[in-house]
Design a protein around this ligand. Structure first.
Ligand SMILES: NC(=O)c1ccc[n+]([C@@H]2O[C@H](COP(=O)([O-])OP(=O)(O)OC[C@H]3O[C@@H](n4cnc5c(N)ncnc54)[C@H](OP(=O)(O)O)[C@@H]3O)[C@@H](O)[C@H]2O)c1
Length: 412
């Protein structure tokens, strides 16, 4: 195994946006002491920026090469990534990954594998690209209770919202621009439907609170149906619509997680996080508020986070998951959220079963009021199906009434 002075030999699995970003950084900075010794990709006929002789087409060969000190997994296939990463950890190897979908689905198992076989898995690049949020939560705030962790965790949807909200673009061209600039995932639904930031919220919950969540437990509402009425409504409030992932400790000690569009006020540091940028606000019991902002995607910013993990691995660092204890807080969904719902579909309003309505504008087709979180989780697909759009106001309160959305949903 390499010591501090030696160059670490990297096995790089995946040579797309992130893999090439890392490769380029290491070429520009040979003094960092990392050498990309082998590269595995999938498609043997694809044109490459390096000679073909530099590529392997079977990632398993890298997995079983003992001369490699660290494996970097940056492929776009979550199931295959899990197979490769879990096998490497079973061998007690040191691995860096950027695959948030894989981590969100399998984190408990991956933590267990590290503990069993003594391997290390770092994944700073998986959440907010270049922003050092995971190590900040795991190492720096490992001992301090956190009130909340709130962030814009998806650069593509934030780019689209900025282009629409402040620059007057329509949805489709704004999304096409985000894709052309390389911010968007291969499948845009992951970004625009808020599945990508939901994965990141699940990862953050493990480090911020020691709570393992399954992605499906967390409400994610996207922006595919946003239109000019919604933007105009936000403007009348003096707010911007942003997709915000919020983890919050409740007064009874449980935690909740929500990933939805939110009306963000100018006083919030998230208000000025625009275009492809990401931002995370940490509220700690003793430190108070801290805010991190930076580039959440792209080859170099994400490659920079992978480089930081490689440097940490060289120093023998691994995540401690300090909040993962037998008394880790449980997950709460028995809450009501205040939402703005824009729809012309009465059946949806019925299905959501508002417990209180504070504003209703028939001509613009919107309602503002409180609904049970469980109802939003149940009728999430209907919101999409009916072309409706939901924005949270930010108000959350304990559940005040039992709801009947399940029955209503069945009648639709
Ligand atoms: N792009 C970003 O800004 C960003 C930011 C944060 C995290 N991430 C995450 O980083 C990962 C990689 O993203 P990306 O944007 O770099 O993807 P990408 O540009 O689509 O590249 C994917 C790479 O993985 C390779 N690959 C796929 N399946 C493989 C397999 N079974 N064996 C070997 N190689 C395989 C592909 O091979 P071929 O070249 O042969 O097609 C390609 O080189 C994803 O998990 C993504 O969510 C990306």
């Amino acid at each position: 195994m390499a010591t501090d002075k030696q160059t670490l030999r990297i096995g790089l699995i995946g040579f797309g946006c992130v893999g090439q970003g890392l490769y380029d950084i290491l070429q520009q900075r040979p003094e960092t002491g990392f050498e990309v010794a082998r590269i595995a990709v999938k498609n043997p006929t694809k044109p490459r920026s390096l000679p073909l002789s530099q590529f392997d087409f079977h990632a398993d060969d890298l997995l079983h090469d003992p001369s490699l000190d660290v494996l970097v997994e940056v492929i776009d296939d979550a199931a295959e990534a899990f197979r490769l990463v879990s096998e490497a950890l079973r061998q007690g190897r040191r691995v860096v990954t950027a695959n948030k979908a894989m981590l969100a689905r399998h984190l408990p198992e991956l933590v267990q594998l590290q503990r069993q076989a003594g391997g290390t898995l770092l994944y700073e690049a998986a959440v907010c690209g270049s922003i050092p949020i995971i190590r900040t939560l795991d190492a720096y705030f490992g001992a301090e209770p956190l009130r909340s962790v709130t962030g814009i965790l998806n650069g593509s949807s934030n780019y689209v919202l900025t282009r629409m909200g402040e620059e007057g673009s329509d949805y489709a061209p704004a999304l096409a621009e985000a894709q052309a600039k390389g911010f968007a995932e291969t499948d845009p639904t992951l970004d625009m439907g808020a599945f990508d930031p939901r994965s990141k919220a699940v990862i953050l919950a493990a480090h911020a609170y020691g709570t393992f969540l399954q992605p499906e437990e967390v409400l994610n509402l996207g922006i595919e149906q946003i239109n000019a009425v919604d933007i105009a409504f936000a403007a009348t409030l003096g707010r911007k619509i942003k997709v915000v992932a919020g983890l919050q400790r409740l007064p009874d000690g449980r935690v909740t997680a929500l990933v939805t569009p939110l009306f963000v006020a100018p006083e919030s540091p998230l208000y000025s996080v625009d275009h492809e940028f990401n931002g995370v606000l940490i509220e700690a019991d003793f430190a108070g508020e801290q805010f991190l902002q930076g580039r959440g995607a792209g080859g170099h910013p994400t490659g920079s986070a992978v480089l930081a993990d490689l440097a940490a691995i060289r120093q023998g660092y691994s995540y401690h998951y300090p909040k993962l204890t037998t008394s880790s807080p449980t997950y709460a969904t028995d809450l009501e959220l205040e939402i703005y719902l824009r729809t012309d579909e009465d059946r949806l309003i019925d299905a959501l079963d508002f417990t209180e309505i504070s504003e209703e504008a028939d001509e613009d087709g919107y309602v503002v009021g409180y609904v049970a979180l469980s109802n939003l989780l149940r009728v999430k697909e209907l919101i999409q199906k009916f072309g409706a759009f939901v924005v949270r106001t930010g108000a959350v309160r304990p559940l005040t009434a039992t709801t009947s959305a399940l029955e209503l949903e069945e009648s639709l």
